[in-house]
Design a protein around this ligand. Structure first.
Ligand SMILES: [Zn+2]
Length: 496
């Protein structure tokens, strides 16, 4: 444990919860969840019988979907393994019409009610291990008013992400993870927590001898869509091919976000026209509902009075060290990200402040912040390209620190591996979405001489098809809002 690290708040009835829980393995996590259901852990909430009943139900659903052998995760009748509840659609292979995408599974879900920061409780649908874990922990809230970003919500998101990495999925394919490591799909790209200060009613006098009700901070945890390998282009592999299953899952989450939100500023027809998708100059292709903010926003955004909503998003890369054994505030903070264009729109539509979701909001004063500079990074990121397209278009960065060339584009870097998946070699990044704008996409060139976009959330690669050269593309991206056009196409393994 670093001697200079920040003091973390107590949580869920345990003084040193965050630092201890950060290191829990799957057995310890399950034991802790079991103990919460029994009322022996989890703090004041689990003293209530109705809360324990709710937790018991959620735990039951969760255990169906997690490692090592959840009945729905490892279902002999619904291969390949997945951390989503599903069943095989018997007719799915007969779909031949180009526009009717074959989808192997029908997504099944559990309806579960929760109130969060809302005025009344709300029923939403749950189908995934990571989402259910976020719900379970969120029910153990609220946090006290002394909880803030650095002493509570950041370590909370870090513990949640760490537990997600233990209950399901696998690290990015380059990491030969050992425990437990054999789940389905990469870990979620992003973890998010949204919180809101709830004022105790001032008009009610407490009964004699009782303390007046205190203010508190209610929170909700979520992750970006993950938990499946989404093999959509290997049609001949009967065991692995699942068609457009990822899109079907995205569509369900989009619908759940839509029906859950108390303030609706988009419509059910907007699945393919979120701000990210509509703006050809920006980044990638996520619909509303793909982000880690999905469930947190469902249970935090009210019909009005959202000015004080706060949030943070944490990228999974803080876990990419196999020897990670302790919570390190600086290393975790360095992976904070601002909201993407979709989430920024949802935040603004809610009447909340995007600044309250910024990387730099309540930034810790610990050394190394807000710029995460290490000696190793500065030494290795000597790529000259940053000078070529200086300054980058708005929302993008080409600083050596952000580019982190060695990390992403080294021989086993995530970018290099993603490019290789579609047959590209000599991949080298030159511009990344800035940290405060989500850091979710990276532009790169390859030995083909063409320019590509790597969607870091979904791990998809797009090729720029009009224009095709870097200078012209950048010129389009720097045009004023509403101007500038770019076309790109999604690449699959067999395209090249
Ligand atoms: Zn987002």
């Amino acid at each position: 444990m670093a001697a200079k690290d920040v003091n973390l708040h107590a949580a869920f009835g345990e003084d040193n919860f965050f630092r201890n829980a950060f290191n829990y393995d799957l057995t310890q996590i399950k034991k802790w969840l079991d103990d919460c259901v029994k009322g022996e852990k989890g703090g004041p909430q689990t003293e209530k019988e109705e809360v324990r009943k709710q937790l018991s139900r959620i735990k039951g659903a969760l255990y169906f979907l997690i490692l090592p052998e959840g009945l729905h995760f490892d279902d002999p009748n619904a291969k390949p393994n997945s951390h989503f509840r599903r069943k095989v659609r018997t007719d799915w292979r007969t779909v031949v019409d180009k526009d009717k995408d074959p989808v192997k599974f029908k997504l099944l879900s559990w309806p579960i009610e929760h109130q969060g920061a809302l005025k009344e409780s709300l029923e939403s649908s749950w189908a995934n291990a990571y989402d259910l874990l976020g719900l379970f922990i969120s029910i153990l809230g609220p946090a006290p008013t002394t909880a803030d970003k650095n002493n509570y919500f950041l370590p909370l998101a870090a513990v949640y992400g760490r537990w997600c990495s233990r209950i399901a999925g696998h690290a990015c394919w380059k990491w030969n993870w050992k425990t437990p490591g054999n789940g389905a799909g990469d870990w979620p790209y992003m973890f998010q927590v949204t919180w809101k200060l709830m004022k105790a009613p001032v008009d009610k006098k407490p009964p004699a001898g009782k303390k007046p009700p205190a203010d508190y901070k209610v929170f909700f945890l979520g992750s970006s869509i993950a938990g499946d390998d989404w093999i959509e282009n290997d049609k001949d592999d009967k065991d692995k091919y699942t068609g457009k299953w990822r899109r079907a899952v995205q569509h369900s989450r989009f619908n759940w976000l839509y029906s859950g939100l108390r303030l609706k500023k988009f419509t059910l027809k907007d699945f393919d026209s979120s701000p990210v998708q509509k703006n050809p100059k920006t980044t990638s292709n996520q619909p509303y509902g793909n982000c880690a903010e999905t469930y947190p926003f469902i249970f935090s955004v009210r019909g009005s009075g959202n000015e004080d909503l706060m949030g943070l998003a944490l990228r999974r890369d803080y876990m990419m060290d196999q020897n990670l054994t302790a919570y390190n505030h600086d290393k975790v903070s360095a992976n904070l990200c601002g909201p993407c264009a979709n989430c920024k729109k949802l935040i603004r539509d809610a009447g909340a402040k995007t600044a309250n979701f910024s990387v730099y909001k309540e930034a810790s004063s610990a050394p190394g912040r807000p710029k995460a500079t290490t000696a190793a990074k500065t030494k290795t990121a000597t790529d000259n390209m940053s000078a070529v397209n200086d300054p980058p278009p708005e929302g993008w960065s080409n600083s050596d620190d952000d580019l982190n060339i060695e990390y992403y584009w080294g021989p086993d870097g995530d970018g290099t591996m993603a490019a290789q998946q579609v047959g590209l070699t000599g991949a080298k990044g030159f511009m990344i979405v800035s940290r405060d704008n989500g850091r979710d996409a990276y532009m790169f060139t390859a030995s083909t001489g063409k320019v590509y976009l790597w969607n870091m959330v979904t791990n998809e690669i797009y090729e720029y098809t009009k224009p095709t050269d870097r200078t012209a593309i950048l010129a389009q991206m720097k045009m004023p809002p509403g101007k500038g056009e770019l076309e790109r196409k999604l690449l699959f393994g067999g395209d090249l």
